[in-house]
Design a protein around this ligand. Structure first.
Ligand code: ADP
Ligand code: MG
Length: 331
């Protein structure tokens, strides 16, 4: 492109809240044949809300009445049956040390139900999997008195976290799959080595996400989704926005996101990666075009070639269109 065309394109971009980091970026964007969206905070609002709490009895069955201790039997035999509020309160205490959107929703949900969320004694973040905490339980929440010695070990996270900690997640399968098919992120709650329940958070798909996907596809651009979330939840969200199941890359660990983009580009595809989080920065850097969306973190914006000032997935279409138009004029 001539310097004049580049300047026009850059200016039109800026007027539309699309900031190109340089003339070469403006030129590259027209060649994008694949757009890879991060899920959380990019296709969705990224504002999680607690939607479900399930307390298990010893056999991993949801407690039917959700609350009162019922007849005994199974793993939790030595303890009083925990209620949904107990499960939620312990999960919230464990999560209070984590800044993760999933964690914040659990803490807020517990507080909205009037539960006292204290600080854990010890806390460990397991990136991409969940949290591990030691909680000294005063009062009713922990159940029996044998937990006064040094507190309870609370685990909140995905199946992998539980397997890695020698807790079999399989009794929760039915509950997890039901929630995940609704597009929710379901998390297991473990107390002292036992499966105690499930909590679920849900996020809302951005209003324009579906339009953005269909407009990109109408231009012949393949649309993919990349997420650390599990396959089932990812597919449910993909379906809501019109992304084909075979274009969903789920359960991708934060440190593997850039590898995933490189794999997508391995056959010569030119991918635009669109993301907002700290996790996304390396993936933005390796993509043909890295695009940071909305109130993206500084790290993401720094790694990106394009910054979208608004939080609107339709501006991804605009980015490609501006690049196209600018370079066509001078051909
Ligand atoms: P995303 O790519 O959607 O931002 P992450 O890579 O941060 O997701 O996390 C992947 C998965 O690990 C989550 O879907 C969840 O199951 C689990 N996880 C991560 N952090 C937490 C947490 N603080 N509490 C419970 N589960 C978590
Ligand atoms: Mg994210």
């Amino acid at each position: 492109a001539t310097p004049a065309a580049t300047m026009v394109g850059t200016t039109i971009g800026a007027q539309n809240g699309v900031l190109f980091k340089g003339g070469d970026v403006l030129e590259r964007a027209k060649d994008v044949d694949t757009v890879v969206f991060d899920k959380t905070g990019t296709l969705t609002e990224g504002e999680m809300e607690l939607t479900d709490v399930v307390a298990f009895d010893g056999g991993g069955e949801p407690v039917a009445d959700g609350g009162e201790p019922t007849a005994d039997g199974g793993q939790l035999t030595s303890r009083e049956r925990r209620s949904e509020d107990d499960v939620l309160r312990l999960a919230a205490i464990a999560e209070s040390g984590s800044g993760h959107p999933l964690a914040r929703a659990i803490v807020e949900g517990a507080e909205e139900r009037g539960l006292a969320v204290s600080e854990p004694d010890a806390f460990e973040n397991v990136p991409g999997h969940g949290v591990k905490a030691t909680v000294s339980v005063s009062g009713s929440a922990g159940g029996s008195s044998d937990e006064s010695d040094g507190g309870s070990e609370i685990l909140v996270g995905n199946r992998k976290l539980f397997r890695d900690n020698d807790i079999d997640p399989s009794p929760a399968t039915e509950t997890l799959e039901r929630l995940e098919n609704e597009g929710k992120t379901a998390m297991l709650v473990g107390i002292d080595g036992e499966l105690a329940g499930v909590v679920a958070d849900a996020d809302t798909v951005k209003e324009s996400a579906r339009d953005a996907v269909s407009q990109l596809r109408a231009r012949g651009v393949d649309v993919m989704m990349l997420t650390g979330d599990n396959e089932r939840t990812a597919r449910a969200v993909a379906e809501q926005v019109g992304i084909d199941p075979e274009f969903v890359r789920a359960e991708v660990l934060p440190e593997d996101k850039s590898d995933a983009v490189e794999a997508i580009q391995a056959d010569g595809r030119k991918a635009m990666m669109v993301g907002d989080g700290v996790n996304d920065a390396p993936a933005l850097a390796v993509a043909h075009v890295g695009t940071a969306i909305g109130s993206g973190t500084d790290v993401a914006i720094e790694a990106a070639d394009v910054t979208l000032m608004r939080d609107d997935p339709l501006d991804v279409v605009k980015t490609i269109r501006i690049s196209d138009a600018t370079l066509q004029k001078i051909k």
